[in-house]
Structure formats: C-alpha cells, structure tokens
Design a protein around this ligand. Structure first.
Ligand code: GAL
Length: 731
C-alpha cells in the first residue's frame, strides 16, 4: 500500500474537491478488516485529548507530541454542558473552542474521531449533561423519552452542522473520519429493557440521518444497528468481536491508566502491559486503537465529575497533565506504533493464521502478496520466558510479551523490552514572593438573615442550587430550655445529620463543630457528634458541599445530594428532637462567590485583613499577589498546607483542591484471570492530590492575583508555586 501521509491525502482530497475533479472521492467507509479512507484500508492509532482539559495555547504542542508519538488520530468527546450552559445559550470560546481544536489537529495532518455523545461519562460533571436538562418538564435521561430525545437531537445536530459549515468532515476534505453517538449504552440498555432498545435504535438512526459522510460508532453497545459499528472499551479488548462479520474490530478506549478520586490511591498502568494489550488486539485483527487518555489534562473549575474526582486528570497517560512527555510510556508506545506501521500492508491484507508454538506460545501470521508476511510471536505466561521456534529460527520471548516481526523474520519490537529511561516529575520551587496574604471570613450569620428561600423541611441540594455553586447553607434554630440538664454539666446532646452527599460542615452558633464526607464507594454519610448549645435560641447552620456531580449509573440524574435528613438532636431531657420538618432557610453559595471575590476587579471590594500569623480558620478567603517565575515551564501549586476548597489565579479557576489522604490497597497491581498488571495503585498515606496545575497562559509577568477559599482551615503562608519539569531516572 502506498504510504501517503494523512496530511497529504487530506490536501489532495481538498484540492480535488475544490477543482471538482472527481478522481479521488473523499470518503470514509469500512469493511471487515478496517476503516477505509479514500479507498485504502488503514490501521489507525489514536489518542484521546479533551480540549477543555488543557488551554488553547497548549493544543498545538500536545497534538504535535501525539503526532511524533506515532498517532494518526486525535479523539475527543464534545462536552455539552460547557457549550450550552443555559438552555439555548451557547459558548464556544477559549478552552471550549471546538472548531479551533479540530483545525489545530487538521493543521498537524492528523485525523479526528469526534465523540459527540452527547452523554460522555468521562469523569466530567454530570457526564457532560447541562444541569438545566434535568429540569426540562417530563425528562428522563438516556431512554425512550421524547423531551430528552428532542434536546439530544438538537445539540447533536448543532454540532454536526457546525462541523459541516467549517467543512471538517473527511467527506468534505476535513479531518473528522469517525463520530460517536451515545457512550457505553449497552449495560444501560439492558437495564432499561424495551425502552432502552428503542432509544438506542433511535439514537443510531438519528445520527446516521445527519449525513456526515463518515461512519458512526457506538462503544460498548453490542446491539448497535447497521451501519453503526460497535466498538470495545477496556484494559484489554482481544476477546472482542464486532456484532457483524463485515464490521472492523475497533478499540475506542484502551485505558492507558485510570482516573483518581480524592481520598483514594493514584492509579498507574505499566507500559509493558499496555503495549502487550495493544499488540494482542492488533494480532487478532484489530485495526483501530484509541488510548484513553493520551493526554488526560486537568479538570479546571468545577468540571470534574463525581463525586470526588480529582482536579488532576493525569491518567498516567503518555503525555502528563502538564503537557510533558512521560517516559518510558511515550517512547515505548511510539516504538510499538512504528513496528505496527511496518506491518500495516500485511495487517490490512489478510486475516491472521494462528500457529501454536507451545503451551503458552503462539504465532499470528499475516500473509502479504508476493509471499511476504508479518508475524506476532506471543508468550502468554505471566512469569516464565519461553524459547520458541518459528520458521526454523529461534526466538526468546520474555514472560507476558509479544515480539513483532514485520518480515516474519526480524524482531523489531518486544512489548516487554523497554529501552527508554524512566522520567520522574520534578517540582522546582520558584522564588514566588507572596508579599502579603490577606483574609476575609465568610459571615456565617448571613446564612438565614438574607435567605431568599425558607420553607418547612429539607430540600434536595441540586434542586436549590442548580449547580451554580458547590455550596448550600441549610439553617435553622433550636430553642433550649434553661432547665435542660446537660446545661449543668451532663453529657452534651448529640446532633445527627443524614446527608445524601457529598460533604458537610456543621456550625453551631457560628462555630465549626465538625465535618463529614461520603466516600467514593458511598456518597451517603451521617454526621453524629456532641454539640455545645446554650439556653435560648441556638443557630444550626449546615453547609452542604457537592464535590462534582455524578457522571454515570442508571438514571443518575435522579440521584440526590444534600441534607435530606433526618436531622435529629438527641440526649435532651425529653429524648430526641427531630429538626427535619421545622423551618429551614436556604442560601445558595458563599457570600464571597456572590461578590465575585476571585475576580481581579472585585477582589478589592471587601475589607481584607492582613494575615499576620496563621491561625487555621474555617470558611476563609485568602488573597495575595505574586510575580510569575521566569521561563515558560508549566506551573503548579503545592496546596499541602491547606485542607479543602477552591483556588483561582487572575479570576480563572484552577479547580477544587482537597488534601485528603489516600487510603486503599497500594501493595500490588491488579491481576484479573489470565490478564495481569492492568491497574496499579500508589500513593497511599499521602494526599491523593497535592499539586495543582497553573497553566502558563493564565499568569502574567507581575501582579498575579491568587485567591483561595478554604473550607476547614489551613496555612496559606505555606502554599508554594513551583515549575513542573521532568528528569531522567536511570533504569
Ligand atoms: C469509560 C467511559 C469513559 C471514562 C472511562 C473511565 O467507561 O466511557 O468516558 O469514564 O470509562 O475513565
């Protein structure tokens, strides 16, 4: 097969389109072997890079690194909730400039796989759905529901039309060769029965009817109707076959690592295992592999899903959160891609012939014209290496490895033999001089005085906040008789609060009495603690906190958060008093949020007090100014002296921080059946996330405003800014 580069082919396609000479048709089709671009079957190597998880000034560099790493395709979801923050109002600016992102990929000569969803999962707030969607009358997400289907169709059509008007589909000479509708609907579909099946069939037809001229895929959807291709997602996909013999074998999410949750361990995946899984998929006849993620990036602002997804979405990807190359992952995959490309003519030409070479050893041989062939030699044994004989030659195969022989004789690559040195991230302290810190504390008394909403009983959090803030105040009062015996030194009464998630700070008469949080395994939790009350009226203020909205699960739009009760005071002379049904006042968000304290223009609108010595104070805002460190390395903030909150630089939200310590099993990597080492856990006993990415483009040379909101208490004097670099480790 003639090797015309993707960029040349696109250009050719475009020229011919423009001059209306129909020699070559710009087209993407498929057959059982592969995606066919302009008449040629292709082995396509792809990587996920999500545009809102980096800044536009990083895009070109990331895409170039993807290209240099041997990728043909960049894959991204489309994130509905950032594009349509309120119904009918669209935003495609800055980090949300999808067209610009795609054009940057096009400029680099790569293809695009556009996963429109519009449900995306992705550890993204609410799975990518705008929160207003939940409040469309009569709506139920992701099932055969007319209001949902109408909104889904409207958004999908808008995106497709936008791409068409910019001539971005390959059928128009553009880079988009594939699109995805829905996301991993199979498991859901089964739970929803006939309605699920009807919705899935509708979604496929709706997408196909948009006439993009390029194929649609549905991942993890065994029933995907023709012509939609069902694809595999997972740590391994060699067991997978598409639902029709005339569809190609595609792997849309090869997990390069995994995401993290605050309070949990950090996940990694050894590159030897990742390379093994990819080679194993290709040797079985797979022709499309997408790394999820190739660059994970950062969940800036409040975009992290949840609950409890960390702000870092590093994913142990070949390009790290900061846009720096992670070794040996990057190079070892790059070498794999080169080896696969050397085999491409044979891979797309024939089906593999499988030859047994021993108990655990096999050869997969792809014949090519004129007697040529390419072979993959595999040792499936997890511990023992093996010597095998193939074509009268001897080959040594390390345990759990595949050797690639593009000419059926010379080994150009083995998945277990890593030649590149490991790199190790380094945080180089900067000489950031924070001249002074100033502070202002949330006025807890406003929790009910200014409340616009008060009612009897407890309200669900999202119904009140509509996710305009993580925070909702629930405030009530309790009248304590002077005769209560606990006032004379007996045991304190106990307040118990049941929350549907995700976190809670309890204030009694304006003083923090304690906090409680759900866990990634169980978002629901209870707070139970002795509380100091005095005779007369006592104010009970509950600050309920969400930490990213649920992004998956059956009908996750109906999952509750906030204080749903009961809220009970126990240990009074007459037993317990249920506060749940009494009058509660509600305040959405913090005063500092309402005053937009984080913005450089508004920051001076309150009376900040200079922070002399650090006394950890709950619900405190802190601000300082700093000059940028020299150079152009990415920057990062060490938040280990703080507890939990959010941080902004020059009005831009770096995201949520939380220094919750990682608990879990850090002793080993996971083994599953005959598979091994697909997920490892590290970092136990340390904060899951200590460092927070500050994009270079958000800082100016001098006078950068840094604002921190701290929920529990911490020491801002010890917040440090560092430059992020990587250095080699000798293996
Ligand atoms: C998949 C899903 C992705 C992402 C991934 C885990 O199941 O399709 O969107 O959530 O899991 O990172």
């Amino acid at each position: 097969m003639e090797a015309i580069s993707a960029s040349k082919r696109m250009l050719l396609c475009m020229l011919i389109f423009v001059s209306a000479l129909q020699f070559i048709q710009c087209s993407v089709t498929y057959d059982k072997k592969a995606i066919i671009i302009d008449g040629q079957r292709r082995i396509l190597l792809s990587g996920s890079i999500h545009y809102p998880r980096s800044t536009p000034d990083m895009w070109e560099g990331l895409i170039q690194k993807a290209k240099d790493g041997g990728l043909d395709v960049v894959d991204t979801y489309v994130f509905w909730n950032v594009h349509e923050p309120s119904q009918g109002n669209y935003n495609f600016e800055g980090r949300y400039d999808l067209v610009q992102f795609i054009k940057t990929i096009q400029k680099a000569g790569l293809y695009v796989h556009l996963r429109i969803g519009p449900y995306v999962c992705a550890e993204w707030n609410f799975g990518g759905f705008p929160v207003w969607l939940k409040y469309v009358p009569g709506i139920k997400f992701r099932t055969n529901n007319e209001p949902f289907k109408m909104e889904m169709q409207k958004f999908t059509t808008k995106i497709v039309e936008m791409m068409k008007s910019e001539r971005l589909f390959q059928s128009q000479g553009g880079p988009i060769i594939l699109s995805q509708i829905e996301n991993e609907y199979g498991p859901e579909s089964k739970a929803y029965g006939a309605a699920g099946k009807a919705y899935m069939t509708w979604a496929a037809k709706m997408a196909v009817d948009l006439g993009t001229g390029v194929p649609w895929v549905m991942c993890k959807e065994d029933d995907a109707p023709d012509p939609v291709i069902n694809t595999c997602n997972g740590f391994y996909c060699d067991y997978f076959s598409p639902n029709k013999p005339y569809k190609p074998n595609m792997w849309t999410e090869a997990w390069s690592g995994w995401f993290d949750q605050f309070g949990g361990p950090v996940h990694t995946r050894p590159v030897e295992d990742l390379a093994f899984s990819v080679a194993r998929f290709i040797q079985k006849g797979g022709s499309f592999v997408n790394y999820y993620m190739y660059h994970g990036g950062t969940n800036f602002g409040r975009t992290a899903g949840g609950p409890f997804i960390t702000t870092s979405y590093d994913y142990d990807a070949p390009i790290d959160e900061y846009g720096l190359i992670r070794q040996p992952k990057y190079d070892h995959l790059k070498e794999l891609h080169k080896a696969i490309k050397l085999c491409e003519p044979a891979l797309v030409y024939s089906d593999p012939k499988v030859i047994s070479l021993g108990n655990y050893e096999q050869a997969h041989v792809f014949a090519y014209k004129a007697g040529g062939c390419a072979a993959f030699l595999t040792n499936y044994h997890v511990n023992s290496s093996a010597g095998v004989k193939f074509n009268n030659m001897h080959y040594e195969l390390p345990p759990w490895s595949i050797s690639i022989l593009p000419d059926c004789s010379h080994v150009v690559y083995n998945t277990a033999k890593v030649g590149t040195k490991e790199t190790w991230p380094q945080m180089i302290p900067s000489n950031m001089k924070t001249l002074s810190w100033e502070t202002v504390t949330e006025d807890i008394s406003t929790g009910d005085h200014d409340a616009k909403l008060s009612t009897f009983g407890l309200l669900e959090q999202l119904n009140v906040t509509r996710d305009t803030s993580d925070y909702l105040w629930y405030t009530t009062s309790v009248d304590i008789s002077p005769n209560e015996s606990f006032l004379r030194g007996r045991q304190l009464p106990t307040l118990s609060v049941q929350s549907a998630g995700h976190g809670l700070h309890v204030f009694i008469n304006g003083k923090l009495s304690g906090s409680a949080f759900g866990t990634p395994e169980n978002r629901k939790f209870s707070f139970t603690r002795g509380v100091s009350l005095h005779a007369g009226v006592n104010k009970v203020s509950l600050l309920s906190v969400t930490v990213g909205l649920q992004n998956n699960g059956a009908h996750f739009e109906t999952w509750n958060s906030g204080v749903l009760g009961p809220v009970v005071l126990q240990g009074l002379d007459r037993g317990s008093r249920d506060l749940s049904l009494q009058k509660w006042s509600y305040q959405v968000g913090l005063n500092g949020e309402a005053m937009n304290l984080v913005s450089p223009r508004q920051a001076s609108s309150v009376d900040w007090m200079s922070l002399v010595a650090s006394k950890p104070q709950p619900l405190s805002w802190y601000k300082t100014y700093f000059n940028a460190p020299e150079g152009n390395e990415p920057l990062t903030l060490d938040m280990s002296s703080m507890t939990k909150g959010q941080v902004w630089i020059n009005g831009q939200s770096i995201g949520r921080y939380w220094t919750a310590y990682a608990k879990g099993d850090c002793q080993r990597c996971s083994y599953a059946g005959t598979y091994r080492q697909w997920k490892c856990q590290i970092g136990c006993g340390r904060p899951t996330q200590r460092w927070y990415h500050v994009p270079r483009s958000w800082v100016k040379p001098t006078q950068n405003l840094l604002v921190v909101f701290e929920e529990v208490g911490g020491d801002p004097w010890r917040i440090k800014l560092a430059k992020r670099t990587v250095r080699d480790l000798v293996r």
